[in-house]
Design a protein around this ligand. Structure first.
Ligand code: GCU
Ligand code: CA
Length: 137
């Protein structure tokens, strides 16, 4: 089963403010990143073994334009995401990404490449599948 990591709860960090003014989020709020290139949201994803993580990022983008971002894991760029408009700020949806992870804690960073910054980020659900190099416990 996937493990949920809330954007508003440590060890996650948000280059902006934790807010709750737009309904429909999980937990106690969401990350409203600063509207700037590189204003990131970071999560620590725990992997029981090295392999591939399927990440579902829940977000809302109430503007008309996409808010693209680079996705890094432990400092390496591994994916990108478009975070297209969701119409309104309380219109949440999920974007699924597949990324490599090592055993243990992995820093997953969503780093916006446009001046609008990130969309509002609610949480990340992570499901890790092993690559077979580490036997399961
Ligand atoms: C509005 C909205 C915020 C959002 C921001 C943005 O201010 O209320 O939740 O983060 O727009 O454009 O990023
Ligand atoms: Ca914002």
């Amino acid at each position: 089963a996937p493990v949920r990591y809330e954007a508003e709860r440590a060890p996650a960090t948000c280059d902006g403010a934790i807010e709750s003014e737009h309904a429909g989020y999980s937990g106690t709020g969401f990350c409203n990143g600063r509207n700037a290139v590189g204003a990131a949201a970071r999560f620590t994803v725990d992997a029981p073994q090295a392999g591939t993580a399927t990440l579902s990022v829940r977000f809302a983008n109430g503007t008309a334009a996409a808010r693209p971002a680079d996705i890094t894991v432990n400092g390496s760029a591994v994916a990108s995401a478009s975070f297209e408009t969701t119409g309104v700020w309380d219109g949440w949806t999920t974007k699924t990404l597949t990324v490599p992870v090592r055993q243990g804690g992995n820093t997953v960073r969503l780093s916006p490449t446009g001046t609008g910054g990130l969309p509002n980020i609610d949480h990340l659900d992570a499901e890790v599948a092993g690559d077979g190099t580490t036997p399961p416990p």
